[in-house]
Write a protein that binds this ligand. Structure first.
Ligand SMILES: Nc1ncnc2c1ncn2[C@@H]1O[C@H](COP(=O)(O)OP(=O)(O)OP(=O)(O)O)[C@@H](O)[C@H]1O
Ligand SMILES: [Mg+2]
Length: 254
């Protein structure tokens, strides 16, 4: 069972789009997926049309409610979700004085029978705060979506430093499985340059698959469907399917 945090502290880099559509493409390839929405914006939960009742994950973290009670099935076969709620925004404050607050999610996952799933994908908020650190502590792997419309390399350096710190202090097993260039517009020189720059700096860490700019991907959440259901022939569906194939290939090397 693989546990993967989808992370980038930069807003709008494609984390939610990647979480939802990678989950859907993995499920299409018969992998059983648990999606955890750790972002108080709850975009992934809305996309799957599953928003938390009341405090959701916050009550799991602060009132000792079992994680199993807030897992929901989705309309997509093979995908379950732990939805987020805006209450999570208060977590930083609630946990300020709690010893070991960084390991709460990891501890909570131990309560579950994880053999039910092949993949856990965690959508993180655009910050390197306590929620993201919890995801990095609970996972073995990280996938970093990068918006290829801007020069993203500087922000990535800070992110990789944070991952290094978590690896040393909290989670020896943590590794970066890949960087995914998102919103790539191959017609523009700039977009191509960003992808080349990523490859130059991070070599094999960059997935071969780039996710192209595709308006169908931005429409799909309003229809509560992943791209492979909303428009299976779109570039977005083709790209996320290719990414899932690459991610599945990594299973052999783990
Ligand atoms: N390949 C793509 N083609 C077109 N639009 C895209 C693509 N990927 C993402 N978007 C759009 O870009 C915006 C940001 O994407 P997304 O919500 O996935 O990023 P995020 O990293 O989760 O953002 P946040 O940091 O706010 O959580 C959204 O409006 C989404 O629809
Ligand atoms: Mg998001």
């Amino acid at each position: 069972m693989r546990r993967i945090a989808i992370i980038n502290q930069k807003g709008g880099s494609g984390k939610t789009t990647t979480t939802v559509n990678l989950a859907a493409s993995l499920a299409q390839k018969k992998r059983r997926v648990l999606v955890i929405d750790l972002d108080p914006q709850a975009s992934t939960s809305h996309w799957f049309d599953r928003t938390a009742i009341e405090k959701g994950l916050l009550s799991v973290f602060t009132e000792n409610i079992p994680l199993s009670t807030i897992i929901c099935e989705t309309a997509q076969k093979g995908i379950s979700i732990i939805p987020s709620s805006s209450w999570l925004m208060g977590l930083e404050k609630s946990l300020a004085t709690e010893v070991g607050a960084e390991t709460l999610l990891k501890q909570k996952l131990l309560e579950l029978d994880l053999s039910q799933w092949d993949y856990i994908l965690i959508d993180c908020p655009p910050a390197l705060g306590i929620l993201t650190i919890n995801a990095l502590t609970a996972c073995d792997e990280v996938i970093v979506p990068v918006e290829a419309r801007i020069m993203a390399v500087n922000g990535l350096v800070q992110l990789l430093q944070t991952i290094d710190i978590v690896r040393h202090r909290l989670n020896n097993n943590l590794k970066i499985s890949g960087i995914v260039p998102c919103r790539v517009d191959s017609r523009t020189r700039h977009s191509r340059e960003v992808v080349e720059e990523l490859k130059k700096n991070f070599n094999d860490l960059v997935y071969k698959t780039s996710i192209r700019e595709n308006v169908r991907l931005s429409e799909a959440p309003s229809f509560f469907k992943p791209i492979n259901e909303y428009d299976p022939s779109s570039n977005g569906a083709v790209d996320y399917k290719a990414l899932a194939t690459e991610v599945i290939k990594q299973e052999k090397t783990l």
